[in-house]
Design a protein around this ligand. Structure first.
Ligand code: ADP
Ligand code: MG
Length: 332
């Protein structure tokens, strides 16, 4: 989460919301910068007080979960290798991440921290082989232990292992924002954390999936019937080309280098945005066939994949009607 995200991956459009925007003034929007990305909240029938509460909560969580935020909670855990009193949020993200990691055969791995900090995609910095090799030795999920003792959540990191929650934090924060808004009586909202989208309570939302490397062209449009999150992992942002090689920010935890996948993007649809976020990164790593296999075997997620030839593939829980994909999976 160190770097600025220049492009928004998913454009979330709601037909009804556009109508709403024109005909009445009870929709409020707030755009601000957090998690090194542009955050946009569009909330219907809510007070400024509720909107500000949501903004403050996003900022608070972003600080806690960002490994680059000096003196933030995760930063301190990485620095000292332990925490005797984890916040419930960090505890939950760590627990969820371990589970996702297992389900994805380690293709999503938060213990990549020592490796991710060596890369700098904005400044086209490629780590030296020897640096990468020693950092890779710390990438081990078993080096992280998270537990509950004497009424407190605790964590320990062994052998200089560092955590990076960049592939799951935005999703978790989207979930918490949706929850906060709902608990404050909000019935409809669109939460967009730099392309990590959560559509709350909108029966007519349409999520557009960007064609990789294009100027905002869409490869697919997905109709979402209830509250749902959509998250894309792609190789066309936070990337650079050198000597004909594309270097991008989704790393293969085995090599510490950009994942050599057969796809350009994976978009995951799920009620839980943390899961959609982590899975999009993991499934990108695993490639098209494995991603479709996992999506078809898990009830809670569906995927839309765009391969290297801009061909669109989708899992079994969609139906194509008049050029648009409809989610028919009852669990989403
Ligand atoms: P974005 O930050 O653009 O939403 P992702 O959700 O795909 O992108 O997460 C990528 C970020 O997560 C990287 O910038 C890096 O910090 C971290 N990361 C990269 N590869 C992995 C991986 N295989 N598993 C876990 N985290 C990763
Ligand atoms: Mg992700």
């Amino acid at each position: 989460m160190k770097k600025i995200k220049a492009l928004i991956l998913i454009f979330a459009l709601t037909f009804s919301s556009l109508g709403f925007l024109c005909s009445c003034n009870t929709v409020k929007t707030k755009t601000f910068f957090a998690l090194d990305t542009a955050v946009q909240l569009t909330v219907y029938n809510c007070t400024d007080e509720i909107l500000n509460k949501a903004v403050n909560n996003i900022t608070k969580l972003a600080d806690a979960l960002d490994c680059y935020k000096e003196n933030g909670e995760l930063y301190n855990l990485n620095k000292t290798g332990k925490s005797e009193n984890l916040s419930e949020d960090l505890y939950t993200v760590l627990k969820k991440s371990s589970e996702y990691s297992k389900n994805l055969n380690g293709a999503f791995n938060i213990t990549l921290g020592a490796v991710t900090r060596l890369w700098n995609f904005e400044n086209k910095i490629i780590p030296k082989e020897n640096e990468l090799k020693s950092a890779l030795k710390t990438v081990k999920t078993e080096n992280l232990s998270v537990f509950y003792k004497n009424g407190k959540y605790k964590a320990k990191l062994k052998n200089n292992t560092k955590l990076d929650l960049g592939a799951v934090a935005k999703g978790y924060i989207a979930d918490k924002t949706a929850e906060l808004l709902k608990n404050n009586g909000v019935k409809k909202a669109l939460i967009n954390l730099g392309g990590n989208v959560y559509s709350l309570g909108d029966k007519n939302a349409v999520i557009g999936i960007k064609k990789p490397f294009s100027n905002g062209e869409l490869s697919a449009r997905v109709k979402v019937k209830t509250s749902c999150s959509a998250v894309t992992a792609g190789n066309y942002e936070r990337c650079f080309k050198e000597n004909g090689v594309l270097y991008h920010h989704i790393l293969n935890p085995k090599t510490g280098k950009p994942a050599n996948s057969d796809v350009n993007s994976v978009t995951v649809f799920c009620k839980e945005s943390a899961k959609a976020d982590a899975y999009s990164t993991g499934l990108f790593n695993l490639g098209k066939d494995k991603a479709l296999e996992i999506a078809n075997s898990e009830k809670e997620i569906e995927v839309v994949i765009i391969d290297k030839n801009d061909k669109v593939f989708y899992s079994d829980g969609f139906e194509l009607k008049n050029g648009e994909l409809y989610i028919i999976n009852e669990n989403i």
